[in-house]
Design a protein around this ligand. Structure first.
Ligand code: NAP
Ligand code: F7E
Length: 329
């Protein structure tokens, strides 16, 4: 029997929400997004999609808003992408992070259990759960040792997803996604902070870029590739968790070098170290093994590291140029 395709995406205004909404529209889904109330609406990332998606007010902190949304929309799939997702903020606001990123997932699972346990559920788990890694590369069997309140919250959300699958037979899956970036990435995250600064420096709007730990290593992929894995995980006969990663790691310093180079600049003329960007506990290195996803889902990344850096630098150069010409706010 063909299921009618109706998706609810929490976190639709975020980086992944925008890419996933676009993908699901291409796949013929009716796409609904949950947005939290704000004094100024900021829908830049989903601007091109606004006439094809339906937005609804709701908040992961408010249980009843989730129940009402499921009753109203009757989704077949829920993608829980909403979170307090910035690691440094999780150190300054650990309780908020727990409420949203950890308990928020439980609230959505409870809403599904109460309203319709046939609704499929995707949880945005994270490589930050691995934290202080014992082995490399990390796969689905690697133990978790989170190093931030964000990582701890994601471990809770991960295990509650497993628990609802085992307890209530809900099709609930977790994608353990390694860092993924794009021109839509928030400017506080290191990749976009770098490419935005490169563009501003190139156009004479900025003198210096201040960064923290240049030796940190990450397995960086492209967000557009990673949302395809989310979709695939929700289409299987049985629910399973998957690591999604490129399998290649690079340092922050390497990202910096390539990004400045793309704009014809020497990074050493502009980058300064600033201890304000060091973390109380750091995740020094992450590198994933996505073999299970490759075998069972047929998923593999299409964009490599150099292409990702180029894509992000080019997009920011173009955007800052338009901003300078008064074509963008
Ligand atoms: P993002 O750009 O920071 O987006 C987060 C989204 O969550 C935004 O739409 C935000 O809404 C929403 N949100 C925050 N608090 C909320 C609340 N209380 N109720 C409802 N919505 C709320 O994150 P992303 O990079 O797209 O990541 C998507 C998910 O994947 C997150 O759960 C993240 O933790 C996880 N993840 C990301 C990566 C990565 O490398 N990008 C890797 C692994 C896992 P506003 O627009 O109103 O702020
Ligand atoms: O930091 C170092 C920093 O903030 C990456 C989130 O999407 O991915 C992301 O978490 C590395 C860290 O991402 C600066 O110390 C140096 O080692 O870009 P980030 P993250 O912490 O890896 C995971 C998978 C998620 O799930 C999260 O939601 O870069 N770094 N200097 C810096 N980082 C920042 N932000 N700013 C700096 O100036």
């Amino acid at each position: 029997m063909t299921r009618s395709k109706r998706a609810l995406i929490t976190g639709i205004t975020g980086q992944d929400g925008a890419y996933l909404a676009e993908l699901l529209l291409e796949k013929g889904y009716e796409v609904h997004g949950m947005v939290r109330r704000s004094s100024s609406e900021r829908f830049e990332r989903i601007e091109p999609l606004l006439d094809r998606i339906q937005l609804h007010e709701g908040d992961l902190i408010d249980q009843l808003s989730l129940v009402r949304l499921l009753e109203k929309i009757k989704p077949t799939e829920v993608y829980n992408l909403a979170a307090q997702s910035f690691v440094p903020t999780s150190f300054s606001q650990p309780l908020l992070t727990g409420e949203v990123t950890a308990l928020g997932a439980t609230r959505m699972l409870e809403a599904i259990r109460v309203v319709d346990s046939q609704i499929r559920f995707y949880q945005a788990s994270s490589s930050e759960m691995f934290g202080k890694v014992p082995t490399e590369p990390q796969d689905e069997s690697t133990p978790f040792w989170p190093r931030s309140p964000y990582g701890v919250a994601k471990v809770y959300a991960h295990w509650i997803t497993v628990n609802y699958r085992e307890s209530y037979d809900i099709y609930a899956v977790s994608g353990i996604l390694f860092n993924h970036e794009s021109p839509l990435r928030g400017t506080a995250f290191v990749t976009r902070k770098i490419t935005d600064a490169v563009a501003r420096i190139k156009h004479g709007l900025l003198d210096k870029l201040r960064l923290g730990n240049l030796d940190a290593e990450r397995d960086w992929g492209f967000a557009g590739d990673f949302v395809e894995a989310m979709y695939l995980m929700m289409q299987q006969d049985s629910p399973r968790d998957y690591v999604i990663a490129t399998g290649q790691k690079h340092t922050v310093r390497q990202f910096v070098e390539l990004a400045f180079d793309r704009a014809g600049l020497d990074w050493e003329d502009y980058v300064e170290l600033d201890p304000a960007f060091l973390r109380p506990a750091e995740v020094n290195t992450l590198c994933g093994d996505a073999s299970k996803a490759k075998q069972e889902l047929g998923w593999k990344p299409k964009v490599n590291f150099q292409q990702l850096v180029n894509m992000m630098v080019d997009a920011d150069l173009h955007r800052v140029e338009r901003m300078k010409d008064g074509l963008l706010p």
